[in-house]
Design a protein around this ligand. Structure first.
Ligand SMILES: [Zn+2]
Length: 444
């Protein structure tokens, strides 16, 4: 095997722990993880990053790219540049907010065609499960989507209606028939409808409109359906820590359930949201500091499997100061790694934990066996991080299309020095290379 690159660091995060190593790369694949002082093979280039940490490239399985159709909100060019600048080497695009939504094979092909020449990182697609597309699920799966997303409450866009419990059962039964994965926005519509819906700029009013019970009940129902149908399910963007015991019990019992949370739930709190600051609005909402503490415990004990961005931008005009009507979605593609690392280190967690939550576990969730770890045979995807350096978030330096972000002005630990995709440097101190990402399909 011809080694063309050796990436050397005193701190490489491998599945066996952090060690000094020289990573030998051949044809875009990790050929071997060698001792630090291994001789560089003839013809290979040495890149020595000193004491900067080499993590496996991050895998973000929850991104709303919105392209085509709402490209003024975001697009494959800008989203994948932001991801590359933030140490992410693979993203999976959510099936909604683009037009068309990814709910038929024809729609999937339209989206792939749009993404193909714009992808700075590897891009795959989730399909969508709607009340009327059960017959499309198997063909979509065969065409390469990684699983299916559904909502149990209104999604925010009319072309992507939610499933009621009977429709959920029908779709889940179909998907379980081919051992597919259903990923679920779990808020119960009856609890939401019963909650006070007060307009205005007060965050407390918005928080009261999306109560924890809505999440807890939806998750309880989902667990019951997954158990009954022996289906694989995944809870998206968990915010309510009250649901953690339910989920832990279901896992212990053998229900096939996994869970993600997001940087904003783990690093921002309801108490700090200023009046009218709807760049902090998302559904389910950012909750209180005590809730955040419990989510970190859920990460520590493995009840929560992964941390992914739920990057969901819109144009600035839709972020009006009224929390009830403003578009819900937080933009963090470029900032997730430093945001999570900043809070993780404060709580005594390590970069090995962060690599597990943000690379290994999401790769496993999607079945991306080439991604998620620095070991021989996997893609040579890396994020090189200076973990002790700090920076203050300046929206002007973000690559995503609409630079509104809840993190503006925050000082974060962890500067992404470079990002590598299949052995090529795609981001170098904030400078992006030409697009070289591939379109991923399930089992590729
Ligand atoms: Zn989302």
């Amino acid at each position: 095997m011809d080694v063309n690159l050796v990436l050397r660091s005193t701190r490489v995060i491998t599945p066996e722990g952090t060690r000094s190593a020289s990573i030998a790369v051949s044809g875009g694949t990790i050929a071997a993880v060698l001792p630090y002082d291994a001789e560089v093979p003839a013809g290979a280039r040495l890149e020595d990053v000193g004491d900067d940490v080499v993590l496996p490239g991050l895998v973000d399985t929850h991104v709303h790219v919105n392209d085509p159709g709402r490209t003024e909100w975001e697009g494959f060019w800008t989203a994948t540049r932001a991801a590359a600048a933030g140490g992410i080497t693979t993203l999976l695009d959510m099936p909604l907010n683009s037009l068309p939504p990814t709910t038929t094979v024809e729609h999937l092909r339209i989206k792939q065609d749009v993404a193909r020449t714009k992808a700075h990182i590897d891009v795959g697609f989730w399909g969508g499960a709607l009340p009327d597309n059960v017959k499309d699920l198997r063909p979509l799966y065969d065409a390469g989507v990684f699983g299916f997303k559904c909502f149990l409450s209104p999604s925010g866009v009319e072309e992507f209606p939610e499933l009621d419990q009977e429709q959920l059962a029908n779709s889940l039964a179909e998907i379980a028939g081919f051992d597919g994965l259903m990923i679920v926005h779990a808020e119960d519509p009856h609890h939401l409808a019963a909650a006070p819906q007060k307009k205005g700029e007060k965050y407390a009013d918005f928080l009261a409109s999306r109560p924890r019970d809505a999440e807890n009940t939806a998750i309880e129902n989902l667990i019951n359906q997954a158990r009954r149908l022996n289906a694989r399910v995944h809870v998206l963007h968990l915010s309510s820590s009250d649901a953690l015991p339910l989920i832990a019990a279901a896992k212990a019992e053998g229900v096939k359930i996994t869970v993600e949370s997001c940087p904003h739930f783990l690093t921002l709190t309801a108490e700090e949201v200023p009046d009218g600051a709807t760049e902090f609005k998302c559904c389910p909402p950012i909750r209180e500091a005590a809730n955040q503490d419990a989510l970190w415990e859920g990460l520590a004990d493995g009840t929560i499997d992964c941390v992914v961005s739920d990057h969901s931008p819109s144009t600035a005009d839709l972020k009006t100061p009224d929390f009830l009507s403003a578009w819900g979605g937080i933009s963090s593609l470029q900032l997730g790694l430093p945001a999570v690392w900043t809070e993780a280190r404060r709580r005594g967690r390590t970069l090995e934990d962060v690599a597990r939550w943000m690379s290994e576990a999401p790769a496993r969730l999607a079945g991306l066996s080439q991604k998620g770890a620095i070991e021989a045979g996997r893609d040579a995807d890396f994020a090189v991080l200076a973990p002790d350096e700090t920076f203050t978030v300046d929206p002007a330096e973000l690559q995503h299309r609409n630079r509104l972000t809840a993190y503006a002005g925050k000082t974060l630990h962890g500067v992404v020095k470079s990002t590598w995709l299949r052995g090529e440097r795609i981001a170098d101190h904030g400078t992006l290379a030409e697009p070289s990402g591939r379109l991923l399909e399930r089992n590729n």
